[in-house]
Each structure stands twice: as structure tokens, then as C-alpha cells.
Design a protein around this ligand. Structure first.
Ligand code: WTA
Length: 651
């Protein structure tokens, strides 16, 4: 074993274990038996799970995989997704249960029950129909984080019109490209929303995108901020003039299990975003089942909060479809964690007695940077499970989260999945799995994954490779909208017969799974394979570091050279040569001299998308001293200028 490999296996050889308490395990929704039951007969397992949905017509066949990789699940079955999320709970006498506690950023609040939400969705469905929207028509939704966004999505689902939610932080250009790709003829938007203490406009981007797209006939506009908007007569309509006056009675019609539910665009390796298509029954089953098993949902008492944006798949699956299908009470928060103060999230948990928090590691690291004193001021004792999603959570962030938010008594679930998988795939089960900081652990019951080498051969424990999914699953993407060839090519060609996720992963000595980041983030340093994530983990394990992003910059001699961008914690001062030296040595000590960054740049911010992902591509441009590429998907497009300026002034 080379020194690097030895060092890497040391880093992943995490000794800490957090076992479920016997009391928790005894009351958990899922037991260890589920894995074997699912593996024994997968179609039978999924058929049993599908009973949790309400069907208008039962399926004839669980899975048709004869045209692989194009799957059809619950063939012949029919249901209505909105009925499953709303009416059936009202019919079961739960109309008074709270569906959402909405917390606007300025402090305005709304409490919406299942009955009220059902009425609102019926009104919106009637309005869309009166505007000529029919089953199969695509509807673009470009909204802030307000209840009407959810109402709009469910109204689309109710009438069988696939929605495409375009994240409110995207530019007019990005919105336009998505409208073109899925040929949406109606856009639902708002005047604006609140972010960082101020109204942020949305309507101008819609106007700009539509100035060259006369084929969009209708724009439905929610009044949220009251800011001035331009108005195109004949095209634009206020939500409150239409939806609020529509009938609250609307008969949901059954749709085929494979009827398209939505298209969500996600970036691929090429410039053109991919429209990931999800269909009705299988997707809803995936969200519903995983929210119940991974968060050990007790729908009659839990207050559940996914702190993500609805414009991202996490919001679709775990703010909208999973929670509503299960009759969950959720929190919906409009704004940023620091508005108007850095304790806002903890204040919300305290106020609503939130039991379950689900968020991204990048936010957790931001909280680490702000300091543990902030959450310590609030009562977080209502929490029973805390989750992580979106990127590998480094052991230090995991421990910080567990200690300062979970108070060492609450299980942490690190959940791996993708826009494409529709719902969670690899995660601990809180009543079953002993958690290891930094590991996503095991595929959920019914899900089959493997880690393979270049030749597609399963790797032994203690080795790394490519993560693949070896069996189809109900919530899988069905295709890339309008591009079956790209679907086959992107996901199914690298390892024929298996879905290639694009992620590197490793099995530790116990056979548990660690995610190592996208394989495009894997660097090759002098012939040694190093993951950006592992070096970031090493950096963040230094108490002076709040957050780190590592990129592999092209290097003539070594292939790639490691360049790190580091945000220091406030108590570490503002940097200087000695800290850079200390951090390089720290990484060398943690992983090995080979992992020592060539360069460490101390920065104040990192470039992130609105969904919280660090845009390493842009950092790579800086590291390789190139003009910075397309910044349109950044949450704050000024960050790159600040990084450049900071580097120039310290050089
Ligand atoms: C990464 C978000 C490590 C991964 C739901 C994946 C993760 C991509 C984790 C999908 C995790 C997500 N640990 N990496 N727990 N969760 N990822 O489509 O690289 O926005 O391929 O879906 O995020 O991102 P997407």
C-alpha cells in the first residue's frame, strides 16, 4: 500500500460510532428486517410499499423493464398525486391538521391546514383549467418560498400538467432556456420575495425572458412584496384576481402511474442543463416511503422542516410531495438563515417545536463559522432527528451538528441521493444503523448499489471506486426531457446495465459507504487519486477553519495540483503567511505530504449556487489564472470579484 493509500484509509477509518438508543430503536418505524425482506423479492417489496398510496386503479405489473433503461413502474395503475397529498387526508378527518407553518422572512406568518390547502389547490386547478391548461401541458413556476408555490405545483399535479419549477435565483436567461426546452406556455410567478431583509424582484426576469417568447400566453402573478411591476395587458393576471375567486370544488381525475409529474433542470457536464423527468406513482412512493423511514416520521406529532429551496429537488421531494403524501406538518421558511439575525433557524425550531431538521452541510459549516454560542441561546430540545443532504458531510461538521444542534442525543442521517434518483437512496436508518461521522452507510431497503472499478468490477471493502445503482427503483428518472439518447448515454453507458451516478465512493473495512464527491472532482496528483472532499475534510478539521473548497488545478508535472480556498473562523484572525503554512502542514499530517495544497487562498466567501453547492468550476478558473466563467447560477454573483480582489491585494 502506498503512503497515500494508507493515509486515505486512515482518514476514512472513523472510530466514532453512534448507536441508536434502545428506546429509539424500539419505537422506530423500520427495523433491520426490512433490508432482507426487500432483497428477497424486490417487486413484491415495492408492491407492498405501494399500498401506502391511494390508487384509483390497481397496477397490473409492478415493473416493466423490457425496454431498459426506460422503466415503467406500476403499469396500468392510476392515481392522482394531489388527491394523495390532500383530499385523502381531509376525507380521513385530518382537515384541521396543519400542513404548513409558513414563516416569511420579514416575520409575517401563516398557518395553513390540510383543508385550507386543499381548497387553495382546487381554486388554482380551476383557474389553470379556465386559462386553457390541459393535462400534459407544461407550466413553468418561478417563485419565492411562499405557500402559493406549493399550491401552484399541486394544482398542476391535480390536472396532470407537468410543472417545471425554475429556482428564483436563476437569471432571465436561464428561465428562458428552460421555458424553451420544455415548451411551457404559461408561467406562474410573483412580484418578488424577501431575501436578506429586502424584497428581491422576480417579475422583471419573467418580463425579460418573455420579451422574445411571445408563445407564452399567460403569466399568473402572486402579490408577495407589493413592489411595482410592469404589466403586459392580455398576458399578465394577478393570482388574487383569479385564483382567489375560483371555486374550491375540483374533482381530481385519475392519471396513469407513468403520467409525467415534473421536469427539473440540473446541470450536467456540458453547458446545457438536463431536464430530469419524474412521473407520478413511483416518484410519489419514493418520497413518501423515504420520508417516513429515514426521518422516522410520526405524522400526528412531528413538526418537520426541510430547510431547502423548493426550486431544488430536495424541496420538491421533502418539502412538498413526501411530507404532504404522509400528512406531515411542515415548516416553510422564506428567507436566509441570517435574516434578521444569525439565530433565525434556531428561533424557528424553538417557536414551532420542530422535531426534524433536514439541511445541507454547507449551511452547517456556515453555522460553525458563526459559532456555537448562537444555537446555544435557543431551546432545541424538540428535535429528534437531524439530517444532511447535498454533498459529503465531513466528520467535523457532522460532529458539530450532532453536538451543538442534536445535543448528542439525536441521530444524524446523512442522506445520499440526486435529482435523478428522485428520493433518498443511501442513508442510515435512525432506529437501526449505528452512525459514523461522514458516512452515508447503506442503501435503503429495496435499493441496490455497488461500488465498482474502472472495468465495472465490484471493489472489495477498504477500496474506492464509482458508485452505481444496480437495480431500477420506483422514483428513478424516466428520461431527460426530449432527449432519450442523452439519458441512455449519460447514465447507462459507462457501466452497461447499471446506473452510473457520477459520484466516487468507498467501502470501508466494515463495508459501509462513504461518498467521495463527484468523480469530476477527483484529482490525480502525481498518479495518486485524491478526492477534493477528503482534503476539505482535513482542512476543516483544523479548529481555525470554518469552510474549505479544494480544486485540482492543471499542473504540468503532477497532473493536478491542489489549490484550497479557505474561510477562517472569526477567532482565527484574518490569515497571514503563518496560518497558510500551518494549514499546509495540517493537511500533510492528516492525509500525507502528497495531499498538501500547493496553494491556500484565504477568502471571505465561497461561490455557491442558491442550493448551496460550491461552484468549484469557478474556483478552478481562479486557481488556473483564467477569466472566470459563467457566474449566472451563483447566489451572489459578486463573490468571484471579491475573491479575485482579495487575492490581488494579498499577492
Ligand atoms: C451530491 C441533491 C455526498 C452527490 C439531493 C450527488 C451528496 C449530487 C450527498 C446530487 C451526500 C448529495 N453525501 N454527496 N449525502 N447528497 N450529494 O442533484 O455528488 O442537487 O451526485 O441532488 O450531490 O445533487 P442534486
Amino acid at each position: 500500500m502506498s503512503t497515500t493509500e494508507a493515509a486515505l484509509s486512515n482518514l476514512s477509518h472513523e472510530e466514532r460510532r453512534f448507536f441508536p438508543s434502545p428506546e429509539f430503536a424500539a419505537q422506530a418505524n423500520v427495523t433491520a428486517a426490512a433490508y432482507a425482506e426487500a432483497a428477497a423479492d424486490r417487486p413484491a417489496y415495492w408492491a407492498r410499499q405501494a399500498e401506502r398510496l391511494s390508487w384509483d386503479r390497481r397496477w397490473d405489473q409492478v415493473l416493466d423493464w423490457s425496454r431498459a433503461p426506460f422503466a415503467r413502474w406500476f403499469v396500468g395503475g392510476q392515481l392522482n398525486v394531489a388527491y394523495n397529498c390532500l383530499d385523502r387526508h381531509v376525507e380521513a378527518g385530518l382537515g384541521d391538521r396543519v400542513a404548513y407553518y409558513f414563516e416569511g422572512e420579514p416575520g409575517d406568518t401563516r398557518i395553513i391546514t390540510y383543508l385550507e390547502l386543499t381548497d387553495m389547490v382546487c381554486q388554482a386547478a380551476n383557474t389553470l383549467e379556465s386559462l386553457g391548461v390541459k393535462a400534459g401541458d407544461r407550466v413553468a413556476i418561478y417563485m419565492p418560498m411562499i405557500p402559493e408555490t406549493i399550491v401552484a405545483m399541486l394544482a398542476c399535479a391535480r390536472i396532470g400538467a407537468p410543472h417545471t419549477v425554475v429556482f428564483g435565483g436563476f437569471s432571465a436567461e436561464a428561465l428562458g432556456a428552460r421555458i424553451d426546452d420544455c415548451e411551457a406556455r404559461i408561467v406562474i410567478t410573483a412580484d418578488g420575495g424577501y431575501r436578506r431583509g429586502a424584497p428581491a424582484a422576480l417579475k422583471p426576469a419573467v418580463d425579460q425572458a418573455l420579451s422574445t417568447r411571445p408563445e407564452v400566453r399567460t403569466v399568473l402573478v402572486v402579490k408577495r412584496t407589493g413592489q411595482d411591476v410592469d404589466w403586459t395587458e392580455g398576458r399578465d393576471r394577478w393570482w388574487h384576481d383569479t385564483v382567489d375567486h375560483a371555486s374550491t370544488t375540483h374533482q381530481p381525475q385519475p392519471f396513469d402511474a407513468e403520467h409525467p409529474l415534473y421536469v427539473m433542470y440540473t446541470s450536467g457536464t456540458t453547458g446545457k442543463p438536463k431536464g430530469i423527468l419524474h412521473t407520478s406513482a413511483g416518484y410519489l412512493l419514493g418520497c413518501s416511503l423515504t420520508q417516513w423511514e429515514v426521518f422516522d416520521l410520526k405524522a400526528d406529532t412531528d413538526v418537520y422542516w426541510t430547510a431547502a429551496d423548493i426550486g431544488w429537488v430536495t424541496g420538491h421531494s421533502y418539502i412538498v410531495y413526501g411530507p404532504l403524501s404522509n400528512g406531515t406538518t411542515s415548516v416553510l421558511y422564506e428567507g436566509t438563515p441570517d435574516s434578521p439575525h444569525r439565530g433565525r433557524w434556531w428561533e424557528i425550531i424553538d417557536k414551532y417545536q420542530v422535531t426534524t431538521l433536514y439541511c445541507a452541510p454547507t449551511t452547517i459549516r456556515t453555522f460553525m463559522k458563526w459559532g456555537k454560542e448562537i444555537p446555544a441561546d435557543y431551546d432545541l430540545s424538540s428535535l429528534k432527528i437531524i439530517g444532511s443532504v447535498g454533498e459529503p458531510i465531513n466528520p467535523e461538521a457532522y460532529i458539530w451538528y450532532r453536538t451543538n444542534i442534536g445535543h448528542d442525543r439525536v441521530p444524524v442521517v446523512d442522506t445520499w441521493w440526486q435529482t435523478e434518483t428522485g428520493s433518498q437512496m443511501i442513508s442510515p436508518l435512525p432506529g437501526v444503523t449505528a452512525g459514523k461521522p461522514g458516512a452515508a452507510m447503506t442503501a435503503l431497503p429495496g435499493i441496490a448499489v455497488d461500488i465498482v472499478d474502472n472495468a465495472g468490477k465490484s471493489v472489495p471493502n477498504g477500496s474506492g471506486g464509482y458508485l452505481v445503482i444496480t437495480e431500477p427503483w420506483p422514483s428513478m428518472l424516466r428520461t431527460i426531457w426530449g432527449d432519450d439518447d442523452r439519458y441512455r448515454e449519460t447514465y447507462w453507458s459507462r457501466f452497461p446495465g447499471r446506473y452510473f451516478a457520477g459520484d466516487g465512493a468507498k467501502r470501508d473495512d466494515d463495508g459501509d459507504i462513504w461518498l467521495l464527491g463527484r468523480v469530476d472532482d477527483v484529482m490525480n496528483i502525481s498518479g495518486h487519486r485524491l478526492s477534493t472532499t477528503e482534503i476539505e475534510s482535513a482542512l476543516v478539521s483544523n479548529p481555525k477553519v470554518a469552510e474549505a473548497a479544494v480544486v485540482g488545478a492543471a499542473d504540468e508535472t503532477t497532473g493536478h495540483a491542489i489549490v484550497a480556498f479557505v474561510i477562517l473562523r472569526s477567532e482565527a484572525g484574518d490569515g497571514g503567511e503563518h496560518i497558510v503554512r500551518e494549514l499546509r502542514e495540517h493537511v500533510a499530517a492528516e492525509i500525507g505530504p502528497i495531499a498538501k495544497p500547493r496553494q491556500i487562498m484565504i477568502v471571505a466567501e465561497l461561490p455557491k449556487t442558491r442550493s448551496g453547492k460550491i461552484m468549484r468550476r469557478l474556483l478552478k478558473d481562479v486557481a488556473e489564472d483564467r477569466p472566470v466563467g459563467d457566474v449566472t447560477t451563483l447566489a451572489d454573483s459578486g463573490v468571484m470579484d471579491a475573491i479575485r480582489a482579495g487575492i490581488a491585494s494579498s499577492a
